[in-house]
Design a protein around this ligand. Structure first.
Ligand SMILES: Nc1ncnc2c1ncn2[C@@H]1O[C@H](COP(=O)(O)OP(=O)(O)OP(=O)(O)O)[C@@H](O)[C@H]1O
Length: 260
């Protein structure tokens, strides 16, 4: 019997990004199967945002390959981009446009059919309907995060890249956003890559985790595997071990093996 393995939705091989003398991402390799949620974790400056920017084609890799939905992003990223979307607290929507105008702009950019209906739908899901006609620059941080998520979901993406999706949200709102994302992923089989500093969020949402340290893979596995391997209670403790140099990361192990 021949077993046909499905193409991963996201496949990254030996990815590297150098800014001048700073190696932001170094030999990063991972794959995310369709319908899975991968967490990209690491301390400040570990290379998460740089990786997401390369996946979106906003930054050109120094080396390495990226395939999204089986499409080589170096050659044909415009074939993949309409089926992708992202949210990031570092990318502000145009301030003077109202929330509705912003969503209309992105909806048209992504070629969404019946865009007005879709805006009403997603505005209700993300609870941004009460301020649809307010300027984006005049929203609170938490309201902006919800609008950013509404924009990220406007085209019902197959691949969703989320950089700190619940940043600035109060615990209650963050909780329903996580539930919404989980339901969205179940219903649509979307693939999600999530960069987060919230370890509870990672445990709840992620099937797999890549721990990044200084641009390199420190360790990887499901939250449960990592917690077990580190001999810890939860991902918070795993993260602290990595940050304080106590973990037994793959990178450290590999270096040891190469040296001996
Ligand atoms: N445009 C740039 N020019 C030079 N260096 C950069 C640039 N963007 C990022 N870097 C550096 O690359 C490294 C990785 O940064 P990146 O923003 O990807 O980290 P991050 O994991 O997203 O961090 P954080 O959790 O703080 O958001 C850092 O050392 C950062 O200073």
């Amino acid at each position: 019997m021949t077993v046909v393995l499905a193409t991963p939705s996201i496949e990254v091989k030996h990815l590297r990004k150098v800014y001048g003398e700073i190696v932001a991402v170094d030999d990063l390799t991972f794959a995310v199967p369709r319908g899975a949620v991968l967490g990209l974790l690491g301390g400040n400056g570990a290379g998460k945002t740089t990786t997401i920017a390369m996946l979106l084609g906003l930054l050109e890799p120094t080396a390495g390959d990226i395939h999204v939905l089986g499409i080589d992003m170096k050659k044909r990223r415009y074939a993949a981009l309409p089926r992708m979307n992202f949210s990031s607290p570092y990318v502000d929507l145009p301030h003077r446009l109202t929330v509705r105008q912003n969503l209309l702009f992105y909806g048209r950019l992504y070629g969404v059919r019946n865009v007005g209906k879709r805006i009403d739908e997603i505005a209700e899901h993300m609870q941004v309907a009460p301020f649809l006609d307010r300027q984006a620059g005049k929203l609170s941080a938490g309201q902006k995060t919800r609008v950013a998520l509404a924009k990220a979901l406007i085209n019902k993406p197959d691949v969703l890249l989320l950089d700190e999706p619940t940043a600035s949200l109060d615990p209650d709102t963050a909780d329903w956003v996580r539930t919404y994302l989980k339901d969205y992923q179940h219903e649509t089989h979307a693939t999600i890559l999530l960069a987060s500093h919230n370890m509870g969020e990672v445990e709840r949402l992620c099937d797999d985790v890549v721990l990044l340290q200084a641009g390199r893979v420190f360790d990887r596995g499901s939250p449960r595997e990592l917690i077990e391997r580190f001999g810890r209670e939860d991902m918070e403790e795993v993260f602290l071990d990595m940050a304080r140099g106590r973990g037994r990361g793959l990178d450290a192990l590999n270096r040891k093996e190469t040296a001996s």
